[in-house]
Ligand binder design. Structure first.
Ligand code: HEC
Length: 166
């Protein structure tokens, strides 16, 4: 009797672990609001200015074309979507936005801490950081900041987000 109880308990525990792991799949932004998107990232050498792009988008294309990242979809945390829509300058601490590149299995992430942006690149499959530490590398958070913080203050005045600039 005791033995049956124990094996039933073990089975229940295994089941709990299995369902637990299936619930754990997915990413924190899955239910966030979609914002910007691009079906296909332009190849190197493509001029996007004629197609309605601006200087900062051209710079972005020039930096990431070599990565061949495919299309992207942007998401903004519903907690801050009103700030985004109103082109606000100040975001609260926490997770702010992501730009998901499905083809290469990577997501660019923007968080805020004390009004400052924190950039990272994570693997979609497990959420672990795959950012580069190499100076000047396109996936180095310093490269993200150089553009989001530095590029003619375009994104800086939008709380370091870029997708709501137009
Ligand atoms: C050369 C400029 C440039 C660099 C470098 C750059 N970005 Fe961006 N980023 C942009 C632009 C421009 C957009 C908006 C694209 C659009 O309008 O379709 C954007 C959009 C985003 C978004 C969507 C949310 C938002 O800001 O609207 C995130 C998240 C993001 N970038 C994070 C990153 C991260 C992380 C890196 C570094 C790994 C990075 N970016 C590197 C210019 C850049």
């Amino acid at each position: 009797m005791k033995k049956i109880f124990l094996s039933a308990l073990a089975a229940a525990m295994i089941l709990a672990v299995m369902t637990g792991s299936s619930f754990a799949e997915g990413n924190y932004w899955d239910k966030w609001q979609k914002t910007i998107s691009l079906d296909m990232f332009p190849d190197c050498g493509i001029n996007v200015l004629g197609a309605g792009g601006d200087d900062i988008l051209q710079a972005t294309v020039d930096i990431y074309c070599g990565v061949k990242p495919g299309g992207y979809v942007g998401y903004v945390n519903p907690k801050v979507i009103d700030i985004y829509k109103k082109k606000g300058k100040k975001y609260p601490d926490g997770k702010t936005a992501v730009l998901v590149f499905k083809k290469i299995g990577a997501a660019f992430t923007t968080d805020h801490k004390d009004g400052q942006p924190i950039y990272d690149v994570v693997a979609i499959k497990d959420g672990k950081s795959i950012a580069s530490k190499e100076a000047g590398h396109p996936l180095n958070p310093a490269t993200c900041a150089k553009c989001h913080v530095g590029f003619n203050d375009i994104c800086k005045k939008l709380g370091y987000l870029c997708g709501n600039r137009m």
